[in-house]
Design a protein around this ligand. Structure first.
Ligand code: FPP
Length: 240
C-alpha cells in the first residue's frame, strides 16, 4: 500500500549562502527564499497534501545581527500583508507555531491578520514556525496540560502520546516527511515531538534553489520507503 503523505515539513536553510555566492547581501537570499516558499506552498496545496510546516525563524535566530533580524521581520510583515495573497486565493490556511512574546507588535499584528483572514479556508494548512523552538513548544504543551489538570478538565491518566499533540501550539498530525535544504544534517530544535517517525531527506540544494520539481522527486522517493513505525514490513510478515 502507498505510504500516507499528510504532513511535510521543511527546514529552509541556505538563504544566506545563496546570496553570498552571488555577491549579494544575505537579506536578498531571504527575499528569494520567501518566493520559493510561496511556490512550494501552492504546489503542496495542488497535490492535496494537507499540512506543510516550515521553519521561518528560530528563537535562537535572534542571535543574528540586528540588521538581518530587522530585515527578516519586515519581510514577514510584507509577505503576510501582501504577497501571501496568492496563498489566500488558493484557499491555503495559515497558522503559526512559536512564541509571540518577544516579537514586535507590527509582526504579531500581521500574523494575527493572515491567520484570521485565512481561518475558514479549506485548502492545505501552512504552519509557519516563527520565534520557534521545539523544546520550548513541548514545555508550553506541558504547561497547558498542567492547567487542564489543576482545573479538573482532565485526569492524570488522560495523557498519552497521541493526544499530547492537542496541547502543542497547533494540533497538527505527525510529520511524515522532513526535508532540510542547505547541506547540514541536524534538526536544530525543530518539531522534535512531531518528527518521531518522519522520513528525513537532507539535501545540498540551498533553499532559494529548491524547486517544485525537486520536491516531486523527493516525494516519489518517500513513496518507495518501507515505513515500519517500529514494526516489521508487510513483506516480511507474510514470509515468516
Ligand atoms: C536559514 O537560512 C533561513 C532563515 C533563518 C530564514 C528563513 C526565511 C525565509 C525562507 C523567508 C520567508 C519566510 C516567510 C515565512 C515569509 P540561513 O540564513 O541560515 O542560510 P545560511 O545557512 O546559508 O547562512
Amino acid at each position: 500500500m502507498k505510504n500516507n503523505l499528510k504532513h511535510i515539513a521543511i527546514i529552509m536553510d541556505g538563504n544566506g549562502r545563496w546570496a553570498q555566492k552571488r555577491g549579494m547581501s544575505r537579506s536578498m537570499g531571504h527575499k528569494k527564499g520567501a518566493s520559493t516558499l510561496e511556490k512550494l506552498a501552492v504546489h503542496i496545496n495542488d497535490l492535496n497534501i494537507e499540512y506543510l510546516s516550515v521553519y521561518a525563524f528560530s528563537t535562537d535566530n535572534f542571535k543574528r545581527s540586528k540588521e538581518e533580524v530587522d530585515y527578516l521581520m519586515n519581510l514577514f510583515i510584507e509577505m503576510f500583508n501582501k504577497k501571501f495573497k496568492k496563498l489566500q486565493l488558493k484557499g491555503i490556511k495559515v497558522v503559526f507555531s512559536g512564541d509571540k512574546n518577544g516579537l514586535r507588535d507590527d509582526v504579531v499584528n500581521s500574523m494575527d491578520n493572515i491567520t484570521k483572514e485565512t481561518e475558514n479556508n479549506n485548502g492545505s494548512v501552512l504552519n509557519i514556525c516563527l520565534n520557534y523552538g521545539s523544546q520550548e513548544e513541548i514545555i508550553r504543551a506541558a504547561n497547558r496540560y498542567h492547567n487542564d489538570l489543576i482545573n479538573n478538565k482532565v485526569s492524570i491518566n488522560d495523557i498519552n502520546r497521541d493526544n499530547f499533540y492537542k496541547y502543542m501550539d497547533n494540533d497538527l498530525p505527525p510529520i511524515d516527511l522532513l526535508i532540510r535544504t542547505g547541506g547540514e544534517k541536524r534538526l536544530s530544535n525543530f518539531m522534535l515531538y512531531q518528527l518521531t517517525y518522519a522520513e528525513i531527506f537532507f539535501i545540498d540544494t540551498l533553499f532559494p534553489d529548491f524547486t517544485t520539481k525537486k520536491l516531486d522527486k523527493i516525494i516519489d522517493n518517500f513513496y518507495l520507503k518501507d515505513r515500519r513505525f517500529g514494526g516489521i514490513s508487510n513483506e516480511k510478515k507474510t514470509n515468516s
